[in-house]
Design a protein around this ligand. Sequence first.
Ligand code: URA
Length: 247
Amino acid sequence: MRETQRLDKLLSNSGYGSRREIKELVKRGAVSVDNVTVRDEGMHIDPKTVVVKINGQVLNYRRYVYVMMNKPSGVVSATYDSKLKTVADILPERYKCFGLFPIGRLDIDTEGLLVMTNDGQLAHGLLSPKKHVRKKYYALVRGRVDREDAVLFQRGVVLDDGYKTMPAVLDILRQGEFSEVELVIYEGKFHQVKRMFKAVGKEVKYLKRVEMGKLKLDEGLKPGECRELAPEEEKLLKDSAGPNSAG
Ligand code: URA
């Protein structure tokens, strides 16, 4: 399929500066398309079918970018907030030109796996309530979590607004005054994990997402760190969204 876009937008999204800076580059004769010097930065091109050069260097065109972040506590899963720091604010400079947004939301105090991308179709596929994409969380819970809770979660619990959750799989890692668990859910209601534990009389003290679909958090990433997905991870993520979701 032919997909054209403005040259200045393409170059800006590829990290060559603001639209104004691109205009300057074009004015200086630094940009060519199929070896013809460009005079109009607003020209429409299909980057898949032409060769764009900047100062003689071929533009390595990438339509989509996929970044795995270990979201830290204290930042919101959004691209803009008038008061609070967002996950877009803490992206390294090299990713800021791509217009990345988070696939889904984690609470401000939740840590862990958050994928940021500019692939709207994939994001839609992963977030669609109909797809029931699997999410695995690690939680530290105040109270003794036991087999009975696992059975209740398997059957579905009723949340504070009357909603009955889908079957979820609870794995108890450590039991005590504070318990450590892993919980797999297939939906993403607002504050779902916290509200599920509240429904069985317990309180989540710390929450971290460790898996989304078939993609696992790279535990080598410290909170706040991120890196691009490896090609096989990108594939795992696309597989998780099911057919027709890959960008
Ligand atoms: N469930 C929650 O309660 N919070 C999150 O951030 C994610 C799932």
